[in-house]
Write a protein that binds this ligand. Structure first.
Ligand SMILES: Nc1ncnc2c1ncn2[C@@H]1O[C@H](COP(=O)(O)OP(=O)(O)OP(=O)(O)O)[C@@H](O)[C@H]1O
Length: 291
């Protein structure tokens, strides 16, 4: 995720700062996202996720450098939008909207929309052209949304809490379909969500943001190499603790410690070692940050 190493980056941010009055929402943020990546931007409420996405989409002014698909979103937003698709919250389609109106609308506003592709996808569902959003189950709304999104040949898909308000089955379905029917190596997806557990299996990269700063940016492979969680046997708790785990918790009476860049061979002598879940890593990382 290093800018210098990746000249073909889809997004390169160098020192982005965004202030709302006296409040600094983004504080000198730098990161790089390459093509074919699925990046999870994860952070607590108010940490700057939406502000980052707005900067990428050219929806807010800011200081610093930002290149998205080779363009500056501040000055070339219109051209950029030919190659970018943005979804915020699938649960907000208006109730009166019919399937066919939704297709007409997107066909009218997006130059890369392939109507036939959307209709083909809809034909595989229970949706019919005259059905209104009001008459759809939440899962059907998701399918409509997906049909619209997947028919747009965008290079960059930006998803801001896309499954808010949906139950677990439909959230899973959304991500599964996204991965199976939409994603390919020419595309890049940036996604923010609070439901990390549900997206972690589709992510290729993680970015943790806290108080407007990126506190972790790594590929999932790097995360797997760098972090280890150990279920420490009681007799080794003191010695393991002395190695300085970034977090320590108790599960069913056993001490679970999370280590950053520790020697795995040594850790294995304390108990069972595994890669932490993104959610546990997130909690541990946030605890270590100054508030
Ligand atoms: N239009 C605005 N005017 C003033 N302050 C704002 C504005 N938009 C965002 N902020 C502030 O900037 C900070 C970052 O907000 P942002 O919406 O990016 O957070 P977020 O990580 O997306 O949060 P959430 O998970 O709650 O959606 C917050 O402190 C927020 O109050």
């Amino acid at each position: 995720m290093n800018a210098e190493l990746n000249p073909d980056a889809v997004i390169t941010a160098t020192g982005i700062t965004k202030r709302y009055g006296k409040h600094t929402a983004l504080d000198n943020v730098s990161f790089t996202i390459g093509a074919g990546r699925i990046v999870g931007l994860v952070g607590p409420n108010g940490s700057g996720k939406t502000t980052t996405l707005k900067a990428i989409l050219g929806l807010t002014p800011f200081e610093g450098g930002l290149s998205v698909l080779g363009r500056d979103p501040r000055t070339e937003r219109e051209l950029l939008m030919n190659d970018v698709c943005f979804i915020a919250d699938v649960a907000i389609l208006p109730k009166w909207l019919k399937v066919k109106d939704a297709i007409d609308f997107v066909a009218g506003v997006h130059p890369r929309f392939d109507r036939a592709r959307a209709e083909q996808y809809i034909a595989t569902t229970k949706l019919t052209p005259n059905m209104k959003v009001a008459a759809m189950s939440k899962g059907m709304v998701v399918q409509l949304h997906l049909a619209l999104v997947m028919a747009i040949d965008a290079k960059l898909l930006v998803l801001d809490e896309p499954t808010l308000g949906l139950d677990i089955l439909y959230r899973k379905q959304f991500y599964q379909n996204l991965l199976e029917d939409y994603f390919d190596e020419q595309k890049t997806i940036v996604i923010t969500t609070h439901q990390i557990e549900e997206v972690e299996h589709i992510l290729s990269d993680l970015m943790f943001i806290e108080n407007g700063r990126i506190v972790l940016a790594a590929s999932m492979d790097e995360v797997g190499e760098r972090y280890a969680e150990v279920m420490v046997e009681p007799q080794f708790v003191a010695v393991a603790s002395a190695l300085g785990p970034i977090s320590q918790r108790t599960v069913f009476g056993k001490s679970v410690m999370l280590f950053d860049r520790a020697d795995r061979t040594q850790l294995a002598t304390f108990g069972e070692v595994r890669t932490p879940s993104v959610a546990d890593l997130f909690v541990a990382t946030m605890k270590g940050q100054p508030q």
